[in-house]
Design a protein around this ligand. Structure first.
Ligand SMILES: Cc1cc2nc3c(=O)[nH]c(=O)nc-3n(C[C@H](O)[C@H](O)[C@H](O)COP(=O)(O)OP(=O)(O)OC[C@H]3O[C@@H](n4cnc5c(N)ncnc54)[C@H](O)[C@@H]3O)c2cc1C
Length: 478
């Protein structure tokens, strides 16, 4: 007998034959606790997460996802859905004793260059999507690390290098295929189940398993002007840099999407020259979605500011720029991120930022600011569940560290940082940088603002039993 833990109060016992029947129905592999590849398959990007699901269904088809949903429902198993496995809170595997429905093998992308659309399966990564679309000189806004899953990213919003010109990832979602909690395959687009499409644009994995995402594409690259420069941030430089970043990004044309990060140069010779190791830095990152030569000219102030420690800027393939941060986020490091939508970034806010940023316990950590402007701000707010366009800047401190004995120092730093910045925010957050979701229901309500009730009504309609609960969870009304 295989003991399956579902919830603390509900346990069921599945005999081997039941599990074997399930395995036989799947076209993909069913991995059980104890199998040779169990540990590598249950591992997610964040090394803090160490969960032991009873079963992992590696779907090889949409039908497999339906089979897995039906099996879990009939056997009262707690379900986690895995796209790219990059959720910071580890939601792709969060069920000890439950079933992981793993889509990572479903990563095919089909581009219709004439219609400028792409259909990507639910387990595709940003890298998969970019490679397919760039073959036609096209792209859709995605995040800035190529191994991230398109699924979690899009369902939570999706901030990246094209956002001010073309909006968030979720703004470019024009259709989806969804497996619902009762095992149906449902289409959502402008004409069919448009309410569901609205919910998928920022409402998380609450309504079902998205087996296919359809995106609007735009002409991008293949070469783009890209700024990626680290300036010295010792002394007053950090404050000056944040002031400069605020003013520059707020006036920049929509073609430019920017990120600023403060940190300490990690002593990693393969990434950074030794003389700058352990120096405080401020990173200015920016992409120009338009003519590359013009972009370089317009972004030059970001390069000319201050004392450069190292400069990776230039005209380069879009695909290369999309990977600029990849090496900074290896699998298995310990990670704890949170965020806050800042309503303003005046000197009072900046001073508080600097105070906490200077205390980061780990050299691998950074404190990031994302300008919220352009097409994100002007985006048709009513057409998406995403809530956060009202922010001036998105603040995201990231605690990134190596050893378990440093857990407490890093968690404490981050929690104190966020708590002390709350007064500069309306209380809403970006749900894709979620900590461990420890704040619960109250945070979810604040995160969705006045959209929460519509989302709850949608949850009642598509998942009244909260079968899909291991996500940025919206609880059914009863
Ligand atoms: C290194 C790194 C860089 C990042 N960079 C950015 C960035 O530039 N911009 C940005 O906006 N965000 C960024 N993020 C945050 C990222 O958007 C979230 O972590 C997101 O959840 C990752 O999606 P995933 O599919 O990889 O995650 P997973 O862990 O697989 O899933 C995340 C959540 O979505 C659900 N889910 C997954 N697949 C599906 C599906 N097919 N259907 C329904 N539900 C599903 C899961 O159940 C889970 O709740 C980054 C994260 C990391 C770790």
């Amino acid at each position: 007998m295989l003991k399956i833990q579902t919830t603390p109060i509900l346990e069921s016992y599945l005999n081997e034959q039941t599990v074997q029947n399930f395995a036989d129905q799947l076209q993909g592999e069913l991995i059980r606790a104890g199998d040779a590849n169990y540990d590598e398959t249950r591992a997610v990007w964040n090394g803090m997460i160490d969960r032991y699901p009873a079963l992992i269904a590696r779907c090889a088809s949409v039908e497999d996802a339906v089979t897995a949903v039906n099996f879990a429902r009939e056997n009262n198993l707690r379900v986690a859905v895995r796209g790219g496995g990059h959720n910071v809170a580890g939601l792709a595997v969060a069920a000890d004793g439950g079933l992981v429905i793993d889509l990572s093998q479903l990563n095919n992308v089909v581009v219709d260059a004439d219609a400028r659309t792409a259909r990507a399966q639910g387990g595709a990564t940003i890298g998969d999507l970019d490679a397919a679309t760039q073959a036609y000189g096209l792209a859709t806004p995605m995040g800035v690390v190529s191994a991230t899953g398109i699924a979690g990213l899009t369902l939570g919003g999706g901030f990246g290098w094209l956002r001010n010109k073309y909006g968030l990832s979720c703004d470019n979602l024009i259709g989806a295929q969804v497996v619902t909690a009762d095992g149906r395959i449902v289409t959502a687009n402008e004409y069919e189940n448009s309410d569901l499409l609205w919910g998928l644009r920022g409402g998380g994995g609450n309504f079902g398993i998205v087996t296919e995402f359809e995106y609007q594409l735009h002409p991008v690259g293949p070469e783009v002007a890209f700024t990626f420069i680290l300036h010295d941030a010792s002394g007053d430089n950090l404050k000056r840099a944040i002031q400069f970043y605020r003013d520059y990004s707020s006036q920049a044309p929509d073609e430019i999407s920017t990120i600023m990060a403060s940190g300490i140069v990690p002593p990693e010779p393969e990434l950074f020259p030794e003389p700058i190791h352990n120096k405080p830095f401020v990173l200015f990152g920016a992409m120009f979605a338009g003519d590359a030569a013009a972009g370089q000219r317009i972004m030059k102030p970001l390069v000319d500011f201050g004392e450069p420690l190292v400069d990776f800027s230039g005209i380069m393939p879009y695909i290369e720029a999309q990977k600029a941060f990849d090496a900074d986020y290896p699998d298995g490091l310990r990670y704890y991120w949170k965020s806050l939508n800042l309503s303003r970034l005046d000197d009072e806010v900046i001073d508080r930022f600097v105070k906490h940023a200077r205390r980061q316990p780990s050299v691998f950590s950074t404190v990031d600011l994302w300008h919220v402007g352009g097409a994100v701000k002007r985006g048709r707010d009513s057409e998406s569940a995403f809530h956060g366009r009202q922010a001036a800047f998105l603040l995201s401190p990231e605690a990134n560290w190596e050893h378990p004995e440093d857990d407490e120092a890093n968690l404490t730093w981050l929690r104190e940082f966020i708590a002390d910045m709350e007064e500069f925010s309306d209380g809403s957050r970006y749900l894709n940088f979620p900590g461990f979701l420890e704040e619960g229901d109250e945070m979810m309500r604040a995160a969705f603002g006045d959209k929460y009730h519509r989302l709850q009504a949608l949850k009642d309609q598509y998942d009244p039993t909260n079968f899909f609960s291991l996500n940025q969870n919206i609880k059914p009304s009863h």
